[in-house]
Design a protein around this ligand. Sequence first.
Ligand code: PA5
Length: 376
Amino acid sequence: MIEVNFSPKVDENKLGGILGELKEDAFGGWVDLPLKISTEEIKKINETAEKIQNESEVLVCIGIGGSYLGHRAIIEALRPKSKLEIVYAGNSLSSRELEFALKKVADKDFSVIVISKSGTTLEPALAFEAFKKKLAERYGVVGAIKRIYAITDGYSGTLYEEAKRDNYTRFVIPRNIGGRYSVLSPVGLLPMAAAGVDIDALISGAASASEDNKNAAKYAFMRKMLFDKGFDTEVFASFEPATFYFNEWIKQLFGESEGKNKRGIFPASVVYSTDLHSLGQFMQDGRRNLFETIINYPTDDLNAKIVEAVLKAHTAGRIPVLKLDVPSYDEKGFGELIYFFEIACAIYCKLVGVNPFDQPGVEAYKEELKKLMEEK
Ligand code: PA5
């Protein structure tokens, strides 16, 4: 269990109501997912992962936002032993980045996982076109199809139509699970399994967290209390450089879920010791509108001393410091953490009265981009 160093007053009635609402929500499919995911689904994912490992030296994972950050976070944090090199694409419109990714497969056997629930997001769609072309040049049209794995909606959308028509191996993102809550569905599980992550252990960690969300609820109520007192920025701090992308995943989950009606807490992140020599100054002495959430992974004695030193220094600097103790630095521990943050984020959203599952603000840039593309 994730242990916490704070104990706010938790309104149990309110919490019960919120948990009930989340389960009933049209986008609440993730709440019981770790307990409900079927053994057939896991088997199909593991078998497909093995096929990818046998056929390829490089796996290209195409996706953005919730269709990308979760698996990258875990793969980078755990650095699983695998011969397969993972390349990420489709998370920007930079042609420089795309060229760089394409070069990685220039003389290597490769497969492509394309992930998009809507099937219409521009960044991954353009990267997919480029990699499809490369696949067809290398393996011919029929050979290319055998190396494409599409993870998308089970009923409609551009990618769904194409995958069905061209007979790609398909995995479904359940309708009742939104992008940033989808890491424990095929969206996260297939890339992770292919990279060598033990997804059974990950799911079992998440399942145990879903059976006891007491501390996640405390964390959500604590954040609300701090927000009400004017602390509107939360800095997630880790002392493990490999968890940089895990912090990015949290930022995406919290930022896109909470940032509505001026009610969200701005999520930022630091990785120490590196950031003690940059943002550390701001943390100690800057504006006092922020609080810090230390994600404390099991570590060696020396690193543990820095955790203690930072906790003391920042508390003395009048920063509220929340500490989350993660029981193990492995699949099980990260499974617990994933669920902990998902449920805590959704509870906080309900406490401040925003919808945890939509992202109306993200549409604004898409509209502007569309107009500019049409002008062109
Ligand atoms: O969390 C979300 O819902 C978003 O970040 C989406 O995952 C992201 O916009 C990608 O969407 P799609 O999977 O439809 O391409």
